[in-house]
Design a protein around this ligand. Structure first.
Ligand SMILES: Cc1cc2nc3c(=O)[nH]c(=O)nc-3n(C[C@H](O)[C@H](O)[C@H](O)COP(=O)(O)OP(=O)(O)OC[C@H]3O[C@@H](n4cnc5c(N)ncnc54)[C@H](O)[C@@H]3O)c2cc1C
Length: 379
């Protein structure tokens, strides 16, 4: 995207956040739903297809451009970004990476326009961090595959029309026996569990996806047989970068709320913002946000240039998500007792930020990845 167009687009996002998304937050959280009006605004700006190439109706943004949008968008409730996350991530990324020309033509324009919401289903009851142990079965039958299994914690499952499901398609153990399948919501045998009651991030939903004798044709396989997990791993770096960028956005908001509170709250005859111990909390947060932002920007730039960023994507995801937790915690502290009250923005952000350390690879999984990469580089 040309620099001047990107600048204008980012200003539009800032306006959308200020004038529409932040004012709509309370309703989104209370109703646990992003309204049709807001969905329409997100669609009109092309946000469901930020990373989809222009030839399929998307905005064709690079990672470096996408993270700039996410820094700004996630100043407002992350429920808005969650709606778009999979369409811009693995939902379109997997199709672009290994989809057939037919699959791309059929789905990518719908994904980019936000006419369909996508979900990516790997996790199961007994298979989380160790995705290679998943048990959902895809059995070869005449003309296609029959899928049976239960996927857990699938983001956007209640609203998605297209699922990418990872299932075991051969007797081969571990990752090499796993394939990816495109499964449309209206396929007989697929049902969605009740949305989970989550700690935070109200307005977006996770639920079980239950597959019971679901038949999909041969052409529904995405990529080669046995290459499903490899595909997910290929796309994970960009996913980690987007969570890191979202963490920065949430942290920026937490600091904004803390600062606003600190200049209006008075104790001992002064604004609490004038106490140096409170200033230290604010300053630490400012510096940590700046560090995370720089790391995300630098890593996204290298990803856009085609470099291998596996180690740095893990560093960015780990550092930014842990940083958002610390910044949100300080925001609660600065609000004092008020920060502990349900309904304050600081309290909500504290809960919302907690997820970033868990999905898209927990902090411990990032540590393992970083250490492995360092040792590999030593030879
Ligand atoms: C809100 C939400 C949305 C989600 N969305 C999706 C989605 O859209 N699609 C999807 O497929 N999944 C999704 N997930 C699942 C998510 O990816 C998993 O929860 C995550 O990967 C962790 O797996 P787990 O919950 O089974 O934890 P576990 O893997 O059981 O981990 C439990 C603890 O053990 C630690 N641990 C595990 N292995 C190791 C190890 N080798 N060394 C050290 N520590 C280890 C972990 O770090 C963690 O602290 C979502 C989860 C949530 C909560």
């Amino acid at each position: 995207m040309e620099a001047s167009i990107l600048k204008e687009f980012l200003e539009t996002i800032e306006r959308l956040v200020r004038e529409e998304l932040v004012p709509a937050e309370e309703e989104t959280i209370a109703s646990d739903r992003v309204s049709e009006r807001i969905r329409g605004l997100l669609r009109d700006l092309g946000l469901y297809g930020m990373t989809v190439p222009e030839e399929y109706g998307g905005l064709g943004m690079t990672s470096a451009e996408e993270v700039e949008v996410l820094f700004r968008l996630c100043f407002a409730s992350v429920a808005y970004r969650n709606l778009l996350g999979t369409n811009n991530g693995v939902g379109s990324g997997a199709l672009l990476a290994v989809g057939s020309a037919e699959q791309k033509q059929k789905y990518l324009p719908e994904i980019a326009a936000g006419r369909i919401v996508t979900a990516f289903a790997i996790t199961e009851n007994d298979s989380g961090s160790d995705a290679s142990s998943l048990r959902t079965q895809a059995r070869k039958v005449e003309g296609g595959w029959q899928i049976n299994g239960v996927k857990r914690f699938i983001t956007n499952a209640p609203e998605a029309q297209l699922f990418t499901v990872l299932a075991r398609s051969s007797e081969r153990p571990g990752a090499s026996g796993i394939s990816a399948f495109l499964v449309e919501r209206n396929t007989p045998g697929i049902s969605i569990g009740s949305p989970e009651k989550k700690m935070g991030q109200q307005g977006s939903h996770v639920a079980d996806v239950i597959l019971s004798d679901v038949f999909v044709s041969d052409s529904s396989m995405l990529g080669g047989e046995g290459e499903g997990l490899k595909l997910a791993m290929r796309l994970v770096n960009r996913g980690r970068l987007t969570i890191a960028a979202a963490s920065v956005g949430v942290a920026e908001r937490a600091l904004h709320e803390a600062l606003q509170y600190a200049i209006q709250r008075r104790q001992f005859g002064s604004r609490i913002a004038d106490f140096q111990l409170v200033q230290a909390l604010l300053a630490d947060s400012r510096a940590e946000i700046a560090a995370a932002k720089a790391l995300v920007r630098e890593t996204a730039g290298r990803h856009s240039a085609g470099e291998d960023i596996q180690l740095d994507a893990s560093c960015a995801k780990m550092f930014a998500s842990e940083m958002a937790g610390r910044v949100a915690d300080r925001a609660v502290q600065i609000h004092g007792g008020m920060g502990y009250m349900v309904g304050t923005v600081a309290e909500r952000l504290y809960r919302d930020a907690r997820l970033f350390r868990i999905y898209e690879g927990t902090t411990q999984i990032q540590q393992i990845t970083i250490a492995k990469q360092m040792l590999r580089q030593l030879g």
